[in-house]
Design a protein around this ligand. Structure first.
Ligand code: GH3
Ligand code: MG
Length: 541
């Protein structure tokens, strides 16, 4: 299963794989030569071609471009020889042997002069970094602190640019929310050194202004500010914007499932992708591919085209037989350069091609672009516009998927249904737009409070569903209670007055053996929710 690796872990692992690859090279060169020298039937030619093909791709990846080129020429020579009659083959063999011998010597030479692995820059994680507030209005600042804390953020209040700069020497915030013009007349946009330091530390910037002036907005854009807020501050909107920004700049940049019969190469690709924040799982047994895909839920599959037991196109065909996997993009990573063969593979379920050999940064870039697009499409299809939570049908599908997984793992699964209390009154009293703010605030809170493996969906207008794998009924109840406590203290400001809301929640868990499928579990949680409503609302049942 995917693990988040530290910078040290990753560069060590890179070194290990490269070393393993280098150690295997002389033997692989020797094996090819032996195969050619003992050539009796056509069999060895097939093995020889497969080995040369694998080396052609792998050598380039591990920084041995010349060896990769030689391996590709060997592969081509083997293909040519394979099409000849027995007598002609006999005549051509010495040339191939000569080439293989040269390859073996080049391997020995290259290993004597091999260069160390270069370190790539790794982004610092944004997790747990605090939000810095710089506002002259102390009351507003205090109010923001309590609201942001309810969403689980660490917050630091600062009073002037100087102290901000000083603190920046030892700490890195995730985001600075700053007024443009401080009460003492100092101007954020004149703090060039501070703004540069923030940018260097990849800190997000949100600005707040008393006036909405185009001139100020241009200045904010010049400083790459992520957002511009005008007084009076729309707090729920600001908080959901913060959640959105921090969600994008920390954690996983997507998931990629890797299929390549060359274990070392697969592991190397995984590390290249881990380094830029992409989670990976490597397929080890083709027979387990569907089960693993359902478990891992990748955003993209990176697949080798030629493998000993099944071709990439065949595996793509199997994947497409499963409806939940039909939309999953499959990108072939292959040393196949023939466009006709590539096009044929595209007809058989592949979505794109990346050609080997490819260097690490090209691979990272190529995958990143395709991954971003895949996630974008998935978001459009599955996410609710107002809240960014998973839509009704998609969250039900996920509940089913998790239920199936639970059956196999014997771990508990809980479902929580939540519904805002007397929400109709909110709409009637303060207007539909304010109602939307309340819905968004609860959605933001849910996203913030659940674990990475949990899922939150908008089940109906003001009804939400949490799918909590590996979580029993008592833990689910506790989580729902904590979220309720945080939600109840949020204040919503309107022209009429300030108000707060509560919700009711129902929990159902597979610890209770009466549920045979996800549908029943959802109904169970819904029944519990209605019990909570009838018992007076503002509680978890
Ligand atoms: P209860 O405590 O029993 O849940 O009462 P309630 O008033 O919350 O429930 P009811 O089902 O009577 O009303 C829900 C209201 O939510 C009705 C509907 O117009 C409103 N609603 C549904 N979707 C949205 C939305 O996206 N935005 C807003 N502002 N209101 C919505
Ligand atoms: Mg309601």
């Amino acid at each position: 299963m995917p693990t988040s690796k530290t910078q040290v872990d990753i560069s060590e692992a890179f070194g290990r794989i490269r070393q393993k690859f280098e150690q295997s090279l002389p033997e692989r060169a020797e094996t090819m030569l032996t195969l050619a020298l003992n050539l009796t039937k056509g069999n060895e030619l097939g093995q020889l071609k497969a080995e040369a093909h694998k080396l052609a791709g792998a050598c380039g990846t591990f920084g041995y471009a010349e060896l990769g080129k030689m391996a590709r020429q060997i592969e081509q020579r083997v293909i040519d020889i394979g099409s000849l009659s027995a007598e002609l083959r006999e005549l051509k063999m010495p040339e191939l042997n000569q080439q293989l011998y040269q390859f073996k010597q080049s391997v020995a030479h290259a290993l004597n002069f091999s260069a160390p692995v270069t370190e790539a820059q790794i982004n610092k994680s944004n997790e747990q970094r605090p939000i810095w507030l710089m506002l002259s209005n102390q009351q507003l600042s205090d109010e923001l602190v309590s609201q942001l804390k309810a969403f689980g953020h660490a917050v630091v209040q600062l009073t002037d640019f100087e102290s901000c700069l000083k603190r920046l020497q030892t700490e890195t915030p995730a985001l600075l929310f700053s007024e443009i013009q401080q009460a003492d007349g100092s101007d954020l946009f004149k703090q060039n050194f501070l703004l540069n330091s923030l940018q260097q530390q990849q800190c997000r910037l949100m600005v707040f202004s008393e006036q909405d002036e185009f001139k100020l907005r241009i200045k904010a854009a010049q400083q790459h500010a992520d957002d511009f807020f005008v007084s009076p501050l729309d707090v729920p909107n600001m908080i959901s914007r913060i959640a959105e920004l921090l969600e994008h700049s920390s954690g996983s940049k997507g998931r990629v499932y890797i299929v390549d019969d060359d274990a070392m190469l697969a592991e190397h690709y995984a590390l290249v992708l881990n380094r830029i924040g992409i989670e990976t799982v490597i397929n080890k047994h083709p027979q387990k591919i569907v089960e693993e895909l359902i478990n891992f839920q990748p955003d993209l599959i990176l697949m080798d085209m030629y493998m000993p037991h099944y071709t990439g196109a065949e595996l793509a065909g199997v994947i497409r037989q499963y409806p939940p996997l039909r939309r999953l993009p499959i990108v072939f990573l292959s040393s196949e350069q023939n466009k006709n063969v590539q096009n044929r593979a595209m007809e058989h379920g592949a979505d794109d091609f990346i050609t080997k050999p490819i260097n690490d940064s090209q691979l990272a870039q190529a995958v990143k672009v395709r991954l971003a697009r895949s996630i974008q499409i998935k978001t459009l299809v599955e996410k609710d516009n107002l809240t960014g939570l998973i839509k009704h049908s998609a969250i039900k599908d996920l509940a089913e998927l998790e239920f199936e997984r639970t059956q196999r793992s014997a771990k508990p699964l809980s479902i929580v249904m939540l519904d805002i209390d007397h929400f109709k009154k909110v709409n009637d009293t303060y207007g539909h737009a304010t109602g939307d703010v309340v819905i968004t605030a609860l959605a933001t809170l849910l996203k913030k409070r659940i674990r990475k493996t949990d899922r939150a969906g908008r089940y109906g207008g003001e009804e939400f569903m949490l799918v909590l794998p590996d979580c029993d009924a008592a833990q689910a109840r506790e989580l729902a209670r904590q979220i309720l406590a945080s939600f109840a203290v949020l204040h919503f400001n309107t022209a009429i007055e300030q108000f707060s809301c509560t919700f009711s929640a129902g929990v159902a868990s597979t610890c209770d053996k009466k549920y045979n499928n996800a549908e029943q579990l959802i109904i169970g949680a819904d029944d519990a929710l209605y019990k909570a409503k009838h018992a007076g609302r503002n509680q978890v049942c």
